[in-house]
Design a protein. Structure first.
Length: 842
């Protein structure tokens, strides 16, 4: 509101190094500098230092940055799959198969440039940068503190200093360590970790900013121990460290003060002791406080050179604080110019004065001077009027500034008011809102605050090669003319990334006049895919899968695939076409033709001995049209034509005649589970209505109903409970091949595969699992399940008395290669069975 000049003081620039996990110690250094009122005027960061420095520049305090670092699950930072809940149901089915995937560029296998594209880490960074108090995509100088991020261009090998654009992308580019993270394309550059060219960016502070004092925080690590050199990125890290040594030493010499984190014996990829790392940074920073203050004082002394004249004061007029008169009138010694300037500075720093200066008038008779002070107090803020606000009402905004009304209009109050208003907008997701001007009407005591809420002027899509533009626009939740909202933009990114068509999805905002252009930046995957999977279990033995697919057929997000499954008891060949969304609607379509063979046994009621075995051959064609229910469900109407024939292997218990079944089905599925198998949260509900009729060309008419509901909830991150109820019934005319088949691991512990067959059944399952981490890649679990239920030949025979009961224990591991599970089940009859499985279900 008031144009008040700032007092001069030395400017301090901070250079934050890379160092992987060791860079977390830089948060501790920030803690100390802020607590000790050491001002920071400029920040430059490399790699991890760019994250710490960028967040501080965006308005976060050290405690908030510490909370952010602690909140990250560093063990999953390299996992870049879209969250299951962000996928449409049809996509969830594809991902749940957990296949080993090989992508091809034409006929050449595509080798990923990094272990992960880095989408997950950029999403995390975007959340914090876009909700920071200061957002400045047009220029990082407009952040709370001017900031630079250091990166390296792979094409030229040059150091690239990032000074504008998306702050999260700049951080992501600066920490893009080769082999771990894919490089970041930006303009004509391909950017990787800045530590490769400048790991301690003191020279960037010197050349980019007018800093009087440069403080370097050096969290770089020594060479790795031989026993830690295994993975390719570990070897690359060792090579980089060797190449950086001479350069790092030069960078240290360019700093006025070096805060070297040499009290940490922790590898740069170990995030297990974040608290200890931060404490280490605090400890080292406190040791260097004297050096920093000494340099600060030396710079101030340089500024006062030439102010050595002395004045004997004979009188003082209009002194602002009467108690200070004694400083001038009672002194027998002359007052020097530096003392007077310091006194004025101290008064001005109280922010009580809009204008303040002093004059000295000589008195030749007494050879002394008369000292007069001239000042104008700051006015009182009586009212506030807002301009340009539409998303938040003036009353809401005024409520955030109530504490400042009818108070002196101090400079610090102005900064706090701006910060309060911006935080009010950020809390509601309006990341681009900013205060464009402040005006104060001295006559009325009214402050005028002009706000630009951040309107989107245009939306552009970049990076499309094969994909049709409407496929991307289908997923957008923000459009031209909207006020930019971070939550909606992140939902759009999650939706687009969830299509599975892109390796990288990000947004960039470019300031244009008084509005913003929104750029959706995409990097397409290679869509020719070979999927491979294998599984072994004690019931069905071994089987393998190979699938050839085009995951973006015709560029409309559809999938065309040819799949083969071969095993000792299962064979399947299928061709399938699926389209998640038809144009901009939420209709979904699929068509599939397949042949499959399953070898199954039949059992007698008494003692449940196997009395026969047969091969069930099914040739089918299925067409499905459905309506997606947001991202957690689907309702479909299916028509299928199925021809069954049963080939005898030995024994009896199955019909010999082939049968043709043409049927209509209605499927309704709700699925909010966070993962499969072994979900921790979410529900699963499924309803199926099958109708076969001779009018459809079927050999037999019947109706089937199936209903199941499951709930998964976890307490204290480790204890998962999963109750489930399933009920099914069908007509007495239901043929053998469409009777319900139940088995042990899935339905009733203690059963063999396909042991219970009937036209009606009821099941209650109550389960518990305890999850525990083995390492960053493997999760262990153990638990138990209690089952109650039965199966009946017909619905008329159904009775809820004397239901069969069973219970069992399970333990195993979830690994990148699949699950390993051991299960023991015992039925109320005394029968017991042990199950083993390796690999994901498909």
């Amino acid at each position: 509101f008031l144009k008040q000049p700032a007092l001069w003081r030395p400017k301090i620039g901070l250079a934050l190094s890379g160092g992987g996990s060791r860079g977390v110690s830089e948060v501790g250094v920030l803690h100390v500098l802020v607590e000790e009122n050491i001002p920071i005027d400029y920040v430059v960061g490399t790699s991890m230092g760019s994250i710490i420095g960028g967040l501080y520049a965006a308005g976060y305090e050290p405690a908030e940055i510490e909370a952010f670092i602690k909140d990250i699950d560093w063990s999953s930072i390299l996992k870049d799959k879209p969250q299951r809940r962000s996928l449409f149901f049809t996509q969830k089915i594809q991902r749940d198969r957990q296949l080993l995937q090989l992508r091809f560029d034409g006929l050449k296998p595509r080798i990923p440039p990094g272990l992960t594209p880095g989408h997950h880490i950029q999403t995390l960074l975007s959340r914090y940068t876009m909700l920071g108090t200061f957002v400045a995509p047009e220029n990082f100088d407009n952040l709370r503190i001017p900031f630079r991020a250091v990166s390296t261009d792979l094409y030229s090998g040059r150091k690239i200093i990032l000074r504008d654009g998306d702050l999260a992308e700049a951080m992501r580019a600066s920490l893009s360590f080769p082999l771990l993270f894919s490089p970041v394309p930006r303009d004509s550059f391909l950017l990787v970790d800045g530590g490769m060219t400048d790991n301690i960016p003191t020279d960037v502070v010197r050349t980019s900013f007018p800093a009087d004092i440069v403080i370097a925080v050096d969290a770089t690590s020594d060479l790795r121990d031989p026993e830690t050199l295994h993975a390719p990125w570990e070897i690359a890290d060792q090579v980089t460290t060797i190449m950086q040594r001479e350069r790092n030493e030069q960078s240290r010499k360019l700093a006025d003060v070096v805060i070297r984190i040499n009290n940490v014996d922790q590898p740069n990829n170990d995030f297990s002791n974040i608290e200890g790392l931060i404490d280490a940074g605090r400890e080292v920073a406190r040791r260097r406080l004297k050096d920093i203050r000494r340099l600060f004082e030396q710079q101030q002394e340089k500024k006062t050179n030439g102010r050595s004249r002395k004045f004997r004061i004979s009188s003082v007029q209009n002194i602002p604080r009467e108690q200070d008169r004694v400083l001038f009138e009672s002194s027998a010694l002359p007052i020097d110019e530096a003392f007077l300037a310091s006194y004025l500075d101290s008064l001005y720093a109280t922010e009580r004065y809009q204008e303040l200066y002093a004059t000295l008038t000589p008195d030749s008779a007494s050879r002394s001077w008369s000292l007069s002070f001239h000042f104008k107090p700051v006015p009182v803020l009586k009212n506030i009027i807002f301009h340009g606000n539409s998303m938040l009402s003036s009353d809401v905004l005024r409520s955030h500034l109530a504490a400042f009304l009818h108070q002196p209009l101090r400079e610090s109050h102005c900064r706090e008011m701006v910060s309060s208003l911006l935080k009010a907008y950020r809390q509601r997701g309006y990341s681009l809102a900013k205060i464009t001007d402040l005006h104060f009407d001295a006559e009325s005591g009214t402050g005028h605050i002009f706000i630009n809420e951040g309107q989107i002027q245009n939306v552009f899509v970049e990076g499309l090669q094969r994909t049709k533009k409407h496929v991307v626009l289908n997923e957008m939740t923000i459009s031209k003319g909207d006020i930019f909202n971070y939550e909606r933009s992140q939902q759009a990114i999650a939706n687009i990334y969830g299509t599975g068509l892109f390796e990288r999805v990000s947004i960039e905002l470019k300031h244009r006049n008084s509005a913003f252009d929104l750029y959706i930046k995409l990097q397409e995957k290679k869509y020719s895919v070979v999927n491979v999977a294998a599984r072994f279990d004690s019931e069905r033995r071994g089987k393998g899968l190979i699938e050839f697919a085009d995951e973006n057929f015709a560029g409309i997000g559809s999938t065309l695939s040819l799949q083969t499954v071969y095993g000792s008891k299962d064979i399947r060949v299928a061709a399938r076409f699926s389209l998640n969304r038809i144009f901009r609607t939420y209709f979904t379509f699929s068509a599939e033709a397949f042949y499959q063979q399953r070898k199954l046994a039949t059992y007698v009621d008494v003692e449940r001995f196997a009395i026969g075995e047969y091969a069930e051959n099914q040739r089918a064609f299925v067409v499905s049209l459905g309506q997606l229910v947001k991202r957690f469900g689907v309702v479909t109407v299916d028509f299928s034509s199925n021809h069954f024939s049963l080939d005898k292997i030995y024994g009896s218990g199955f019909p010999a005649d082939p049968v043709l079944i043409n049927k209509l089905s209605i499927h309704s599925i709700l699925d909010t589970r966070d993962r499969t198998p072994f979900p921790r949260h979410g529900r699963y509900a499924r309803f199926i209505y099958d109708m076969s009729n001779t009018s459809l060309g079927s050999d037999v008419s019947f109706v089937r109903l199936f209903w199941a509901m499951e709930n998964n909830f976890t307490i204290n991150k480790r204890h998962t409970f999963f109750p489930r109820i399933t009920y099914a019934t069908s007509d007495p005319t239901t043929p053998f091949v469409y009777r319900f088949q139940l088995n042990g691991p899935e339905h009733m512990l203690g059963l063999r595969y396909n042991e219970w067959v009937g036209r009606s059944f009821l099941l209650f399952n109550f389960g518990y699992r305890y999850h525990f981490p083995v390492n960053s890649q493997i999760e262990g679990f153990f638990g138990g399940r209690y089952d109650i239920g039965d199966v009946w030949r017909t619905a008329e025979e159904s009775t809820f008395r004397d239901l069969t009961k069973a219970g069992g224990l399970m333990f195993g591991f979830i690994t990148p290669a699949g699950t390993i599970a051991f299960t023991y089940g015992r039925m109320s009859s005394g029968r017991q069975r042990i199950y083993f499985s390796l690999g994901y279900q498909f």
